[in-house]
Design a binder for this molecule. Structure first.
Ligand code: HPA
Length: 245
């Protein structure tokens, strides 16, 4: 079963991927964010895709999520681990830490969010009660536990439209809704993976306290600094998880 890793902000490449080749793909939904990078990680075949494109030029609302997922499916990928930078809403979350979300609240709009919208195709409604693949989530959680990597094993990811950060009132509303973390790339990636019947789980890396939670402005410089530590841990976790799959 071929695994893909979709890297987000702070994880634009994977040093431990021994690259065999890159492939520029086109799909009927357009072009993916960049070339797919094929290689071996911990001895296993892996495909890597940088969600924000070379040089981090594609903002979250302009990522062609459909092309990304469809291209991966076309290459034979059956399982996706996605890495998302997030803000922490739940005060118990350390400001730098990993969360394996088990639920989603979708606040995005205008993104192309389904493969089932052709003029002629059949109407199709997909079950999304549990948006992540539980077996894959559990594999990540147990691998972390066996290797003393601390993480939060559940959480609700609020997917926002961006590219601006949220207002403090929006974060308060999301907390009342049940969200524990907030990020801009959680959706529609998860539902598109489900529509394509790909196994899918997310490692969310907390890079900052969400708007209004720390008394300071949210700064991208600060986020990138904080992300470094979380992404270093994420890389280690990925290298351990991949051979377990
Ligand atoms: N909000 C939305 N997206 C994010 C944040 C945030 O606070 N931090 C990192 N990505």
């Amino acid at each position: 079963m071929l695994t893909a890793i979709i890297g987000g902000s702070g994880l634009e490449e994977l040093e431990s991927l021994v690259i065999t080749h890159r492939e520029v793909m086109r799909t009927e939904y357009g072009e993916p964010s960049g070339a797919l990078t094929f290689g071996k990680m911990s001895g296993m075949d892996v495909v890597f895709l940088n969600r924000h494109g070379p040089g981090h030029t594609i903002p979250p609302h302009r990522v062609n999520y459909r092309a990304n997922l469809f291209a991966l499916k076309q290459t034979g990928v059956e399982r996706v681990i996605a890495i998302n930078a997030v803000g922490g809403i739940d005060n118990d979350l350390e400001s730098v830490g990993l969360v394996i979300p088990d639920q989603i609240l979708d606040y995005t709009y205008t993104r192309k969010h389904t493969f089932y919208d052709s003029d002629h195709g059949p109407v199709k409604h997909v079950d999304f009660s549990y948006p992540y693949t539980e077996a894959l989530r559990q594999k990540i959680i147990s691998t972390a536990a066996q290797n003393d990597i601390s993480l939060t094993p559940s959480g609700t990811d609020a997917a926002t439209q961006g590219p601006r950060f949220e207002t403090a009132a929006e974060i308060n509303r999301m907390e009342r809704d049940g969200a524990t973390v907030v990020g801009m790339t959680g959706m529609p990636e998860a539902i598109l993976a489900r529509e394509l019947e790909l196994d899918y789980a997310v490692i969310a890396v907390v890079s900052n306290a969400a708007a209004g939670r720390s008394g300071t402005e949210i700064s991208v410089d600060e986020i990138m600094k904080n992300l470094k530590m979380g992404m270093d841990q994420t890389r280690i976790l990925l290298e351990l998880v991949i051979p377990q799959l």
